[in-house]
Design a binder for this molecule. Structure first.
Ligand code: 5GP
Ligand code: MG
Ligand code: MG
Length: 177
């Protein structure tokens, strides 16, 4: 029996997640024909999604990584966000696609977009595996969206609970949380 079986229930199984990621990859491939693309992956949660998505995109692309820390009050972000690891080069003139695991209140993405926009990219779009619209505190346009979910705390496929469970191959819900 897998180690997580007692603690985590399945919300979106591996097959569903992989199929949706392939669809998004095909869509991005169509939309970015003829332009250079840079994926800006938000550490750490988006990495599993970003790796699979990048492989589902049939285009030459660059990958950059950006770390943010949001000051958390319990399981909720306060909206105060700080860049802890920045991208490795200037982003001016590049077609940027920010890759996130989940948009919850939207405050982290709102901060990130503002910070990236100030660097004058050629274009700036958002891909997020998950969205919890019931918790939105600011409107974020998600150009490539995997799944819309209810207000539940999810783990797996990059998403953590106390830094654990990121390596589950599916999106799960903590039992009794
Ligand atoms: P926001 O600023 O949109 O409220 O939150 C963004 C970040 O909060 C996400 O990138 C993620 O790290 C964390 N987060 C929000 N909801 C969840 C959730 O259901 N599960 C996990 N593991 N993290 C979440
Ligand atoms: Mg995240
Ligand atoms: Mg986290």
């Amino acid at each position: 029996m897998p180690f997580y079986e007692k603690e985590v229930g399945t919300l979106l199984d591996e097959k569903k997640v992989q199929a949706r990621v392939r669809e998004l990859g095909a869509e991005i491939t169509r939309d970015y024909q003829g332009s250079d693309l840079t994926l800006v992956c938000v550490l750490k949660g988006s990495t599993f999604f970003a790796m699979d998505l990048a492989r589902a995109i049939d285009l030459p692309l660059e990958m950059e990584f950006l770390g943010v820390s949001s000051y958390q009050g319990g399981t909720e972000t306060t909206g105060e966000v700080r860049i802890t690891t920045d991208v490795s080069k200037p982003m001016a003139g590049k077609h940027l696609l920010v890759i996130e695991d989940i948009i919850d209140t939207g405050l982290t993405m709102s901060f990130l977009l503002e910070s990236l926009r100030a660097r004058h990219p050629a274009s700036l779009k958002v891909a997020s595996l998950l969205e919890k619209p019931s918790r939105a505190r600011t409107k974020i346009q998600i150009d490539y969206k995997g799944f819309v979910i209810d207000d539940v705390f999810v783990v797996g496929y990059g998403l953590d609970y106390g830094e654990k469970y990121r390596n589950l191959p599916f999106i799960g819900v903590m039992k009794g949380k």
